[in-house]
Design a protein around this ligand. Structure first.
Ligand code: NAD
Length: 293
């Protein structure tokens, strides 16, 4: 079994991005600038946004963090988005999800200018992705595609089972892997909470992508010998032995699955860091493609 080390790979890509920033500086071009909007004080969101901002600083991108309390109104948030859409210095921005219940996430996603939508959640980018046109790919599926590519994992003709059909992970992942592309050409089965006999599907899979949000949901006996296992899940489980009182586990029972898998991602240190680096790659793309200088 080989570990798919997202932490190490993301650091390699960050080094490449830092070199690119060096070249941009030398040529006196604009430094990529990412803004992140964080609403409320959800600890997981805080930690994701912190990691995104820190990564920008590490590679020399500019970053701006806009924080507001959970009682912000929908209109106030839409106004912030409008300002970011118009701000000529910001190349791309994200609004960290989930948002407080009184705010309509779909409305927020639709308000973001697709040209600055570096999370790739806007339907314009989603539609372009589905048609194989240039687009901002959603950060997590983009990170997984990059990981499969950089590790030289053959996907063409393989049976792939995606577990979970969210708009940000499962569904776009199923589209990307079935596309006619270097990382693609899979025969994809998209499974979800209404799937009958999930194990019958996963046991047939050369590649399993688990994006469910239930700790250790994919057990060892659901994995075929030699399968590639990508665990997207990030779940906090109580652990009194840890100072912070919890530890992070994925959607896959790592120990049992790694006895069968040819390649497997750990949690943490697998898909998570690849998501962050994909956001940086999308921001660089946004900066390069801006239609004004
Ligand atoms: P979501 O809650 O939006 O969707 C979960 C999906 O799981 C649903 O489509 C549902 O149909 C499916 N599901 C639920 N129960 C099931 C069952 N019994 N059998 C089969 N399918 C079932 O989740 P999401 O936003 O896609 O996130 C999934 C997980 O990935 C979460 O743990 C989340 O924290 C994590 N995540 C990680 C990253 C990362 O960067 N690593 C990014 C996004 C999400």
């Amino acid at each position: 079994m080989q570990l798919l080390d997202g932490k190490a790979l993301s650091n390699t890509i960050k080094d490449e991005l830092a070199e690119e920033v060096g070249r941009i500086r030398q040529s006196d071009l604009k430094i990529p600038h990412l803004a992140a909007v964080l609403i409320g004080d959800n600890p997981a969101s805080e930690s994701y946004v912190r990691s995104k901002v820190r990564s920008c600083e590490k590679i020399g991108f500019q970053s701006t963090l806009i924080r507001r309390k959970a009682d912000i109104t929908e209109d106030e948030l839409l106004e912030i988005i409008d300002d970011l859409n118009k701000d000529r210095d910001i190349d791309g921005f994200i609004v960290q999800l989930p948002l407080p219940k009184h705010i309509d996430e779909d409305k927020v996603t639709l308000a973001i200018d697709p040209k600055k939508d570096v999370d790739g959640f806007h339907p314009v980018n989603f539609g372009k992705m589905a048609q194989g046109l240039p687009a901002y790919l959603p950060a997590t599926p983009f990170g997984i595609v990059t990981m499969l590519d950089r590790y030289g994992i053959e996907t063409s003709g393989k049976e792939c089972v995606v577990v979970g059909r969210s708009n940000i992970v499962g569904t776009p992942m199923s589209i990307l892997l079935s596309r006619k592309a270097k990382v693609g050409n899979c025969t994809v089965t998209l499974t979800h909470s209404r799937t009958r006999d999930l194990a019958a599907h996963t046991l047939n899979a050369d590649i399993i992508i688990a994006a469910i949000g239930i700790p250790n949901f994919i057990t060892g006996d659901m994995v075929k010998e030699g399968a590639v296992v990508i665990d997207v899940g990030i779940n906090r489980v109580e652990d009194a032995s840890k100072k912070r009182g919890y530890r992070l586990v994925g959607d896959v029972d790592f120990d049992a699955a790694s006895e069968k898998a040819s390649y497997i991602t750990p949690v943490p240190g697998g898909v998570g860091p690849m998501t962050v680096v994909s956001l940086l790659m999308n921001t660089l793309k946004a900066c390069r493609e801006r239609d004004y200088q």
